[in-house]
Design a protein around this ligand. Structure first.
Ligand SMILES: CC(C)[C@H](C(=O)O)[C@@H](O)C(=O)O
Ligand code: SF4
Length: 468
């Protein structure tokens, strides 16, 4: 028996190809996901040096950030967006990289289609030129974002130079109360440890509340791990994971699947393995969360009030709070439930999956979106859209007054036509509430899908439990 190892240690050890000097290692990459924003210079670099893509079969591309969510049949009108998507299409054709085009039903946000297609599997190393690659850690894969020069390196060599991160464990005990979701767990954790709380670490999530989460919920939680500053998030694979993966287009087929499961079962942290940092939470203490400021750590239970700068002991935090209150147009002390919204955005790689849409449908069925609110629902992929329509969810949404769109990143970061205007206030199921994130001067409150649905109906931030 060797030293007990964490799940992160195990995946790391099985992918180290070589050690360079100091702390730098060459890590083998099993899956490389590519989108249009961070890949153009990488392909250009390959072309300039006359290199090929080393493993096109381990690479997969899709356009998501710049795609319109309306009238996609008419193509992209914005010239910059069109150029980026056309460039990805041309590069994938030239280098032989598999690609779902803008008219393919299987397209969507890269972090939604990876799992959906079975491209994301337990024990893998997965990278993408995108910070929310942490999403795939929900499968017990070591998954993280990389920069464009690293995208080129991985395309050329199928390896990445990395330093090993430290181990951190976040344990969530107990059962989640009614109306509380994975999104609330994520916001509660970031509210507690801050956006630098995970810096230099890979976070493994453990505990009964995590085990009870669906794959969708686990993806939501791992997605937001990057907002806690960590390199990656991990959840050990279990029966929930194996069931989800089974039968997916790129997953191991019968025979191979059983062998794979036998291996995946070894992917958990050994008893007594060392964690450099431990955080514990009790799920039964949680209620629905919302952010009031311009950082994901500005998260509070919906029953709370907007804080005053003086509430923060740290001088830097006081200054940040003052600026955030100004930008958000909020007064210290006001109740969070008195904040009125004029937009609701439901979608993104955080909460654009089928389970999220079912949650929304449950809340809004038979109700109306408040007339002052502009509410859009953007499925995370074409397959999520098809599934939702097969279940009649689109009819429920449209009857309530939501706009039902085509898949893409959309108003999560406003690289396409879906944007907030100056001063607009939005309850959003996405992951970032930075200044200008959803459009210049736009104000974002991060919430779960149920909370977004509740805000759409009442026109203000609302405790979803009142509508259940
Ligand atoms: C455009 C892309 C590089 C970016 C990221 O890395 O996360 C985007 O997806 C985001 O969510 O801000
Ligand atoms: S949905 Fe948002 S967070 Fe996710 S990849 Fe797209 S822009 Fe980034």
């Amino acid at each position: 028996m060797g030293t007990p190892r964490t799940l992160y240690d195990k995946i790391w050890d099985s992918h180290v190809v070589d050690q360079l000097e100091d702390e730098a290692y060459i890590l083998y990459i099993d899956r490389h996901l590519v989108h249009e924003v961070t890949s153009p210079q990488a392909f250009e670099g390959l072309r300039n040096s006359g290199r090929k893509v080393r493993r096109p079969d381990a690479t997969f591309a899709v356009a998501d950030h710049n795609v319109p969510t309306k009238d996609i049949e008419k193509g992209i009108t914005d010239p910059e967006s069109k150029l980026q998507v056309d460039t990805l299409e041309a590069n994938t054709a030239e280098f032989g990289v598999p690609y779902f085009s803008m008219t393919d039903d299987r397209r969507g946000i890269v972090h939604i289609i990876g799992p959906e297609q079975g491209l994301t599997l337990p024990g893998m190393t997965i990278v993408c030129g995108d910070s929310h690659t942490s999403t795939h850690g929900a499968f017990g894969a070591l998954a993280h974002g990389i920069g464009t020069s690293e995208v080129e390196h991985v395309l050329a060599t199928q390896t990445l130079v990395q330093e090993k991160a430290k181990n951190m464990r976040v344990t969530v005990h107990g059962d989640l109360p009614l109306g509380v979701t994975a999104k609330d767990i994520a916001l509660a954790i970031i509210g507690k440890i801050g956006t630098a709380g995970g810096t230099g670490h890979v976070i493994e999530y453990a505990g009964d509340a995590i085990r009870a989460l669906s794959m969708e919920g686990r993806m939501t939680l791992c997605n937001m791990t990057i907002e806690a500053g960590a390199r990656a998030g991990l959840i050990a694979p279990d029966e929930t994971t194996f069931e989800y993966v089974k039968g997916r287009p790129y997953a191991p087929k019968a025979g191979m699947y059983e062998q794979a499961v036998a291996y995946w079962k070894s992917l958990s942290t050994d008893e007594g393995a060392h964690f450099d940092k431990e955080v514990e939470l009790d799920a039964s203490d949680l209620i629905p969360y919302v952010t009031w400021g311009t950082s994901p750590e500005d998260a509070l239970p919906i029953t709370g009030s907007v804080p005053a700068p003086g509430d923060f002991a740290d001088e830097g935090k006081r200054g940040a709070a003052e600026r955030a209150l100004g930008y958000m147009g909020l007064t210290a002390g006001m109740k969070l439930t008195d904040i009125e919204v004029d937009h609701v955005f439901i979608g993104s790689c955080t909460n654009g999956r089928i389970e999220d849409l079912r949650e929304v449908a449950k809340i809004v069925e038979g109700k109306k979106v408040k007339e002052t609110v502009n509410a859009i629902i953007v499925p995370g992929s074409g397959l999520v859209k098809i599934q939702a329509e097969a279940e009649g969810l689109d009819k429920i949404f449209e009857a309530a007054g939501f706009e039902w769109r085509q898949p893409g990143c959309s108003m999560c970061l406003a690289m396409n036509a879906d944007k907030l205007d100056e001063g607009d206030r939005c309850a959003s199921t996405s992951n970032r509430n930075f200044e200008g994130r959803q459009g210049r001067g736009g104000r974002t409150h991060l919430v779960s899908p149920g909370m977004a649905a509740a805000a759409a109906v009442t026109g203000r931030l609302t405790d979803v439990r009142e509508l259940m």
